[in-house]
Design a protein around this ligand. Structure first.
Ligand SMILES: [Zn+2]
Length: 327
């Protein structure tokens, strides 16, 4: 039989004569086969582990959030162009699913979590970093340091439960000094729009209670042995990437240098609505993606499809994200 496209999707052909007979036999022998299993809905906690020199790196999936796609998402491109890029990648064009993936680095002497997801401060489809961490074999009490790339809620809120408890009670919290200086500035908060005031309040909810213990680092500092802060400003005033180096092996956690690379590595000039200084964000994006393409080191994004890690190749006027082969 020639399997035409029409036949492939036709139920009468797809079940075929041999298969049609099977259900009758099952019906006769075992009534439990009739029972309908409930639709589960939930997913398994997801982690992905790889080696970097002597370090062990684990990507921890927090989950995702689907937002309707409209013209406001990319400020400087027609909606049809955004939809075409999504369609070219076999993605829906009426909504955009933003994925969240934190990165755990075990240096052999310290267990370091970079960004924290939402914990119970988000929605039903995210907040799973702790369950992924546990599935990966660790307890939150084992984390020695939590490093933040920037203070947007999807990266920061998971450090404290909705009820106010620290999620990683033994971890030192480490933050980029320029990010702290911006969000902790009362005058900037007072001058902000109502929506932005909420963002300021969210930052303070997480960091203020332990402010005296929060360690602030500068760009260029080796924050933890093997993890160095790299200036990546634009998305937020203190947005930071992290170079992770063990022996001869090097990678970079680039946080929100792009939102989903499907859109913004392909079109690095596109300005996502979340970039606070969009021109600076574009320049930062090009600088870091170009470095990654030239030096061929692995990147981990926060908003790529899980496990959110791979390589960058030059492609046309932009770049192409090449996910790692799952292993
Ligand atoms: Zn983000």
């Amino acid at each position: 039989m020639i399997l035409t496209r029409r036949r492939l999707f036709s139920t009468t052909v797809a079940t075929g004569t041999a298969l049609v007979a099977a259900p009758a036999i099952i019906r006769g022998l075992a009534t439990p086969a009739e029972a309908k299993a409930p639709i589960a809905g939930t997913k398994a906690p997801s982690f992905y582990r790889f080696k970097l020199g002597e370090f062990e790196i684990t990507a921890l999936h927090d989950g995702e959030f689907a937002r309707p796609l409209d013209a406001s998402f990319v400020r400087n491109a027609p909606l049809e162009d955004v939809q075409k890029t999504l369609a070219d990648n076999f993605l829906p064009t009426d909504k955009l699913t933003i994925s969240f993936t934190a990165l755990l680095v075990n240096t052999g002497s310290k267990l370091v979590l970079i960004d924290t997801g939402f914990n119970d401060n988000g929605g039903p489809t995210n907040g799973r970093v702790v369950s992924a961490l546990k599935a990966a074999g660790y307890d939150p009490s084992m984390v020695d340091a939590v490093i933040f790339s920037h203070f947007h809620g999807d990266h920061l809120q998971g450090a404290r439960t909705k009820a106010g408890q620290l999620v990683y009670p033994n971890a030192e919290m480490m933050v980029p000094a320029p990010e702290w200086d911006f969000w902790m500035d009362d005058a900037k908060m007072a001058a902000a729009s109502e929506g932005m005031k909420g963002a300021f309040a969210g930052v303070r909810r997480v960091l203020q209670p332990n402010a005296a213990d929060v360690k602030r680092f500068k760009w260029g500092d080796e924050v933890v042995t093997g993890i160095t802060a790299v200036e990546a400003a634009g998305h937020t005033p203190g947005h930071t990437a992290f170079a992770i180096v063990s022996g001869n092996a090097k990678m970079m956690y680039v946080a929100d240098v792009t939102n989903t690379p499907v859109l913004f590595a392909t079109n690095p000039d596109w300005k996502v609505m979340f970039d606070m200084d969009a021109d600076k964000a574009v320049a930062t994006r090009k600088r870091i993606l170009d470095m990654a393409a030239t030096d061929k080191f692995q990147l981990s994004f926060y908003h790529a499809s899980f496990p959110s890690t791979g390589f960058i190749a030059k492609a046309g006027a932009g770049y192409r994200f090449v996910p790692v082969q799952w292993s």
